[in-house]
Write a protein that binds this ligand. Structure first.
Ligand code: SF4
Length: 925
């Protein structure tokens, strides 16, 4: 080839968005032609032959392409919303309408000069998102299914055709079966509230059922609503640096908190010691000063053994425990119920409680309980007894024996001796003692808590045991201390603005549903276990009958339509195959709104192409930091995709059009006494026409929240901003200038009551089901019995955020390129397995076939597959959820108990999965 020819090969037109997309498609197509490999291209013959790149190189345009990556027309600030919790601000560089690359924004304002800063933050997935935007996975047009669900046969549809089909079905369901047969599923508003609200507003105005996600994903730590009366409260990650003792418990921050792990590791330069509990020697364990290779599912017994050591060795913070916890509260010996005012006086209140004042030698009402007139927990000179047995006179004149919660706790944990705990956990007794001593003496100390311990059936008990440790040692409510749970991006800072926008006629007029319960009841899921001799179905019926948990649709109806956006329900569903063969069959219409073809999209009837993270306007916040920053439209949505905001706007318009054409009369929704006029739907949906654009939507949320008052979308495009205040309705600490955020300072410093029935950190739950099941106090229960030898561990991984990026070329290259299960060499040897074998993982529920990787760092008795693999991504058979099913814990079904009431994503059964067990054999492939 000569230079003349190479000149001819140079692109004649300047680089443009259209050329780029065409070229990318052509390259992909060429490489996909059988027999046409790069090796056979003349260009490579030249390279391997008489190589003189400056003279004989045939086409140099590509070099220019790379050079020009460092030139751009504009930079737009955006981020990613895959529930990573990172919430990292990025700059997206755009040239000729093409997003050419992204770069971490490094302009987070510093909190103070002594704390490491948040800039720059990001991870390797975020750093290659532009490739996703233009990848073959990208959905380009509305699609309507023509084959079986999951078969992958589609026809291209116009927006009008697809929306008409959806609108007609939703309206038919409302008028023929009731509005509660239309169900809506979207996750994590914090990561893009405008996208979330676009659909939640539609669900709200058409009376649809809005499903939860935080409990269903088992990211909710149920011990927090039980003990603290909050959904989740954690310090921002900069506060890790303030700690002197960091316990990584079930949290592999090096893999799952990539932008923030440095705060913990840098804390070592600030005098902190790091402890790591994890069955596998993982990438966070290598940073630990003390590493405990704990047996899976035994974290609870360890925590209670440590609590016993703290108490026995007088390492507890007595004044803190007396003021801030329910440990001094009195419990009636006969009934195991708290002593209440109603026990002592006729007409007394059910929500006033007592402690024994050693100064007055009598039972006195606890200040700050739900029924108390005093809105403080200040003891005002009283000195509550922590130990002892006392007598009180009841309203009927009889004398009753009472004792303290602390006495009962001591009895509860008396059997958790260090030797017993050492045997069960597989840890050395002397190191458990060392841990207890250090936890009791190094201040402040914190637990960084993750899914590794939260995804178990008895997660509430484990949470409560961990919270107990940091309460006994007086660490909660202090910078650098506490129990800090990070699973899921649940913290929506401008919460009040969000709620006003998401459910405009108030949350009281919305049908909300816990998804774990919905998925269990509307499928053939069956939990074979008995709880206190009763099946879970009995507890479900009682709970629904008592009005503790809602169950939609009512009257034995089945859900008929299911709309999913910003989520991958089927990929993440415990009991995935059971759901597919039951719930899925009952649904007449499944709509998936998505920018890529994931498992849920593949198994849908209508797929609507959505804008990617770099093609829309929205905002983003997280519990990991105290800043807000935006998504930006680096490009208009590619192909025929639309933003979620525009999609639901168009659907609202279409429903109004169909309702008008059909002459539909307003539908009277009896549950809310609401006349729903669907001909006016778009008017309602746009806030009576006031909010047309996504930017207006952002500004509405910002302007209606204390945290962001005065901020505008355009300001956020300039740089991330720290929140300016915290709404006392939603928060338990102020946001302070120069100080990293940590919760519960209101309780510790301002002496505000905790948001619980007793007004204190409540470790004793005297609900009848808790007493019946022996869980009124933190206790240890073994994982739910399964017959197989290996625990099936499916944690968050390094190379994807759940299922997002699972199919990304660059991320697949960093691993073995397909689903892999990790096994300890001993377990492999026992089964005659070699590295890279195809293996069949199986149990009574199902099986999957994938490759094996032998990993000495894995714990014998457990195998691990990092979660999120799409079913179509390299399994020979089945998928990672083929082995799971839904198990509901009875105590998580309670309600109407003081602070424990159903609230979406706040209280309800969690979709746990870590107790599942399996076996592995060589697969015949
Ligand atoms: S994917 Fe999440 S953690 Fe990674 S860069 Fe984006 S926002 Fe940050």
């Amino acid at each position: 080839m000569n230079e003349k020819k190479s000149d001819k090969n140079k692109p004649e037109k300047p680089f443009s968005r259209r050329n780029f997309i065409q070229a990318a498609a052509m390259t992909a197509a060429t490489l996909a032609i059988p027999g046409c490999s790069r090796k056979e291209k003349p260009v490579l013959t030249t390279l391997t032959g008489d190589f003189d790149p400056l003279r004989s190189y045939p086409y140099r345009g590509w070099e220019d392409f790379y050079r020009k990556i460092w030139t751009w027309d504009k930079v737009v600030r955006s981020t990613h919303s895959a529930n990573c919790t990172g919430s990292c601000s990025w700059k997206v560089y755009v040239r000729n309408g093409v997003m050419v690359r992204e770069e971490q924004a490094a302009d987070y304002p510093r909190i103070n000069a002594d704390l490491p800063d948040y800039s720059p933050r990001g991870c390797q997935k975020g750093g290659c998102f532009t490739e996703y935007v233009y990848s073959p996975q990208r959905l380009r047009y509305p699609l309507i299914r023509t084959g079986e669900r999951g078969e992958g046969k589609w026809r291209r549809a116009t927006w009008d055709q697809a929306l008409t089909m959806v609108a007609e079905k939703l309206l038919d369901n409302i008028y023929n079966y009731g509005p509660d047969t239309n169900s809506f599923f979207s996750v994590i508003p914090a990561m893009s509230p405008v996208s979330f609200c676009a659909g939640s507003r539609l669900a709200h105005y058409i009376g649809g059922v809005f499903l939860s996600f935080y409990d269903w994903y088992c990211d909710l730590p149920p011990g927090e609503p039980l003990t603290w009366g909050v959904q989740t409260e954690s310090c921002e990650c900069a506060d890790w640096f303030n700690s002197k003792y960091i316990v990584l418990w079930g949290s592999n921050i090096s893999q799952t908190r990539i932008p923030d792990a440095h705060f913990a590791y840098e804390a070592r330069y600030n005098g902190a010691k790091i402890v790591c509990f994890s069955p596998d020697y993982n990438s966070s364990a290598i940073h630990a000063d003390l590493y405990f290779r704990i047996n899976p599912g035994t974290d609870g017994i360890l925590a209670l053994g440590v609590a016993k050591l703290l108490i026995d060795q007088n390492l507890i913070d007595v004044p803190y425990v007396k003021e801030q916890t329910d440990m001094p509260l009195l419990v009636l010996s006969g009934t195991n119920r708290f002593l209440r005012e109603s026990d002592l006086k006729n007409g007394g209140k059910e929500d006033i409680f007592y402690f024994w004042d050693t100064k007055q030698q009598r039972a006195v009402p606890t200040p700050g309980s739900m029924g108390s007139e005093q809105k403080t927990i200040q003891l005002n000179g009283a000195d509550p007894a922590l130990t002892g047995t006392f007598h009180v006179q009841l309203a009927d004149g009889k004398t009753a024996e009472v004792t303290t919660v602390f006495e009962l706790l001591k009895k509860e944990i008396v059997g958790y001796t260090v030797d017993k705990v050492a045997v069960r956990t597989g840890l050395p007794a002397n190191e458990i003692e060392l841990f207890a001593k250090e936890l009791g003496t190094r201040k402040p100390a914190m637990i960084i808590h993750g899914a590794g311990t939260n995804h178990w059936f008895h997660n509430d008990l484990t949470n409560r045991s961990f919270i107990l440790l940091v309460a006994l040692t007086g660490n909660t409510g202090k910078n650098g201390g506490g129990f800090n749970h990070y699973v899921g991006q649940e913290r929506l800072w401008p919460e009040q603005g969000f709620f006003k926008f998401a459910f405009p006629e108030t949350r009281k007029k919305q049908r909300f549903q816990n998804t774990t319960l919905w998925s269990y009841v509307h499928s053939t899921n069956k939990d074979p276990h008995l709880y206190n001799g009763k099946k879970i179905e009995w507890y479900i019926q009682e709970s629904v009958k008592n009005g503790w948990m809602p169950l939609w649709p009512k009257d034995g109806k089945k859900p008929r339509a299911f709309i999913v956006w910003r989520a991958n329900y089927l990929n993440q569903a415990k009991g995935n195959e059971i759901l597919e063969s039951s719930l899925w069959k009952d649904l007449d219409l499944i709509v998936d709104i998505n920018y890529r073809m994931d498992t849920t999209a593949l198994y849908s009837d209508v797929v609507l192409p959505a804008a990617s993270y770099y093609e829309k306007v929205d905002i983003n916040s997280t519990d990991c930091h105290s800043y807000i920053h935006p998504f930006g439209k680096a490009c208009e949505p590619l192909f025929e995709s639309k933003t979620d905001w525009d999609i639901f706007h168009a659907l609202a318009e279409k429903m109004a059009e169909v309702a008008t054409k059909k002459g539909l009369k307003p539908f009277h929704d009896e549950v809310f006494d609401w006349n729903r006029d669907f001909t006016q739907l778009v008017h309602d949906w746009t806030g009576k026409g006031a909010i047309q654009s996504d930017e207006q939507a952002v500004n509405f949320i910002l302007g209606n929240a204390e945290e962001t008052k005065g901020m505008t979308y355009q300001q956020l495009q300039e740089k991330p901003k720290r929140f300016i205040a915290t709404d006392p309705e939603s928060w338990n600490s102020d946001i302070e200038e120069g100080v990293a955020y940590t919760p519960f300072k209101h309780q510790l410093k301002k002496k505000r009551p905790w948001r619980t029935l007793t007004g204190r950190q409540q470790f004793y739950i005297d609900h009848p089901w808790y007493i019946e099941l022996g869980e009124q106090l933190p206790t240890f229960k073994e994982p739910v019995e399964e017959k197989y030898p290996l625990f099936w561990n499916t944690p968050h991984g390094r190379w994807s955020i759940h299922s997002t990026w699972r199919d990304h070329r660059a991320m697949l290259r960093l691993q073995r390129g397909g689903p892999i299960v990790y096994m300890h060499p001993d377990d492999a040897r026992k089964r005659g397995l070699q590295d890279n074998d195809w293996v069949r993982i199986h149990n009574e529920v199902g099986h999957c076939v994938c490759r094996l990787q032998i990993l000495p760092g894995e714990k014998p008795g457990r195998i691990t597959m990092y979660h999120g693999w799409e079913k179509y991504l390299g399994f020979k058979e089945g998928g990672w959820q083929s082995l799971t099913y839904i198990k509901i814990k009875p105590t998580q079904l309670i309600g109407k108990y003081g602070h424990v009431n159903f609230r979406l994503n706040y209280w309800g059964p969690t979709g746990n999965n870590r107790d599942i067990k399996v076996d592995v054999e060589k697969a015949k492939v």
